[in-house]
Design a protein around this ligand. Structure first.
Ligand SMILES: Cc1cc2nc3c(=O)[nH]c(=O)nc-3n(C[C@H](O)[C@H](O)[C@H](O)COP(=O)(O)O)c2cc1C
Length: 309
């Protein structure tokens, strides 16, 4: 099985990617959070700088519905040496969907088709697509697949939920199986691969699956891939401490004030508390999360993390 690290806005920065690859690894490819405008801010420039992504295979992601923006960004990524670009047709956020971007683009199939015609014709890089299976429901999933079938999509990454579900309910394995039958492009499954039983359930329904993309569950459990590959996790708190310290150091050198750094580290640690509890043989994550949430300054955050770890 081949594993991809899912793009996660605010989390999977170059600092995170490098630290994850160093301390845990197991992913062949890392997707950047989405880029949506032509002018890169400082954070985006750092994130995409090849110097900051050495020894990692990174695919930049674009979220837009404008062919000009897509092609300009794809040109920039090609100039920087990237070998693929990913189109986000999955983002469920209300503001994005209202502008008919992300999964909202699926609600205007004629516009989407015109967009795909142009970008597949003119893109300097092969295009992979990360998609949901619909907007209000999954009724149009077959038509969406018929549309995708017209283009030389490098890989179709399917998160089989529709937009209105956000992250509720379980992803529809049946919708993924339908895609395996209907479309002849390489497929990647994404969504709630939480433990080996979820991977086994996927493989039972879609035995040809050879690549899965994982996001939140690699934060809940950075050793998930070891477990999916049939080995015992080390549950090594010292290793996690080093992983955390490396990210802190990276962000301290990038972010001037306490607040943005605190926000970033807190968000990450809310997920990682589950793994820390497991390493410590505890089941209560609430008290850890409370301690971290309470920290208003960096010194308090560091003290909270130190006491937890
Ligand atoms: C905080 C957060 C940020 C995300 N940012 C992005 C993003 O920038 N681009 C994208 O395609 N998906 C994004 N996603 C969706 C994930 O890539 C993935 O599809 C989703 O979490 C389901 O996979 P999982 O169950 O393994 O987490 C985000 C999800 C979360 C929770």
């Amino acid at each position: 099985m081949n594993y991809y690290f899912a793009p996660m806005e605010g989390i999977t920065t170059y600092i995170f990617r490098n630290a994850f690859a160093k301390y845990y690894g197991g992913c062949s490819t890392y997707y950047t959070p989405f880029f949506s405008s032509i002018g890169f801010n400082k954070r985006e420039l750092h994130d995409i700088n090849p110097e900051n992504n050495k020894n990692l295979r990174v695919v930049p992601q674009i979220l837009c519905n404008d062919t000009g923006i897509f092609l300009t960004l794809a040109d920039k990524f090609a100039d920087l040496g990237y070998d693929e670009v990913n189109l986000n047709l999955g983002c469920p956020s209300g503001t994005v969907v209202a502008k008919k971007k992300g999964s909202g683009f699926l609600s205007v199939p004629d516009r989407l088709e015109a967009f795909l015609e142009t970008v597949f014709d003119k893109s300097p890089l092969p295009i992979s697509v990360k998609t949901r299976i619909g907007v209000k429901d999954a009724e149009n999933w077959e038509q969406i697949l018929d549309l995708y079938a017209k283009y030389p999509i490098k890989e179709l990454i399917i998160h089989p939920r529709f937009q209105k579900q956000f992250y509720r309910d379980m992803p529809s394995l049946d919708a993924y199986v339908l895609a395996t039958k209907k479309i002849n492009v390489p497929l990647v499954y994404n969504g709630n691969i939480e433990d080996p039983s979820h991977l086994a359930a996927l493989l039972k329904k879609a035995p040809a699956t050879d690549t899965v993309m994982i996001g939140r569950y690699l934060l809940y459990n950075p050793e998930l891939i070891t477990e999916l590959n049939g080995s015992e996790p080390s549950l090594d708190l010292a290793r996690f401490r080093d992983f955390h310290a490396e990210m802190m150091e990276g962000y301290l050198s990038e972010m001037p004030g306490d607040r943005p750094l605190l926000h970033r580290m807190k968000e990450l640690m809310f997920y990682c508390c589950h793994y820390i509890a497991r390493c410590k043989g505890e089941s209560d994550t609430d008290s850890m999360i409370k301690k971290i949430r309470k920290a208003e300054h960096l010194a308090e955050y560091k003290a909270a993390v130190q006491s937890i770890l």
